[in-house]
Design a protein around this ligand. Structure first.
Ligand SMILES: [Zn+2]
Length: 141
C-alpha cells in the first residue's frame, strides 16, 4: 500500500498532470463554445433553410394511447446532425490553426552563403576558405 501512494505521488509530481488538467478544463470550456455555436447559430439556420421543420420532434408511435411505444428517430437524427456539425466546426478550427501555425513557422528562407567553391584547375568542389586544393594540390588565389 505504501508503494501505491509513492507511485501516486510520483504521478502527481510529474508535472504533465497539471498540463493534462489544463487541457481537460480548456477542452471542457471549448466544448461549450462549440456546442453553443452549433445549437444557437447553426441549428436555427438549418431550421430556417428547412422552413422551421423540427427534426428533433419526428417520431413514430406504435399503438395508441399515452403508453404506446414511440420511436424518437428525430432526436437521434438531430444528435447525428449535431455531431456532424461539431466535427465540421472542430475541423475548420484545427485547419485555421494549422494554417496560422504554418504562416508563423515558415519564415522566408534566407539564401545561404556558399560554403564551397570550384577549384579553377581541376574543377573539384572544395571548401570556400581553402588556399590549396585538396584534389590537385594547386595553390589557390
Ligand atoms: Zn584542384
Amino acid at each position: 500500500m505504501k508503494k501505491f501512494f509513492e507511485e501516486f505521488k510520483k504521478f502527481i509530481s510529474r508535472g504533465n498532470v497539471m498540463d493534462m488538467a489544463v487541457g481537460v478544463i480548456i477542452g471542457g470550456a471549448f466544448t461549450a463554445i462549440v456546442n453553443s455555436l452549433v445549437n444557437d447559430i447553426f441549428m436555427p439556420l438549418l431550421s430556417l433553410i428547412t422552413g422551421g421543420f423540427d427534426i428533433a420532434g419526428m417520431s413514430v408511435s406504435f399503438g395508441v394511447g399515452d403508453n404506446a411505444a414511440t420511436l424518437n428517430y428525430g432526436a437521434f437524427l438531430s444528435a447525428v446532425i449535431n455531431f456532424l456539425l461539431i466535427a465540421l466546426v472542430i475541423f475548420c478550427i484545427i485547419k485555421a490553426m494549422n494554417t496560422a501555425k504554418d504562416k508563423m513557422l515558415s519564415k522566408p528562407e534566407e539564401s545561404k552563403a556558399p560554403t564551397t567553391k570550384k577549384c579553377p584547375y581541376c574543377m573539384s568542389e572544395i571548401d570556400i576558405q581553402a588556399t590549396r586544393c585538396p584534389h590537385c594540390t594547386s595553390e589557390l588565389p
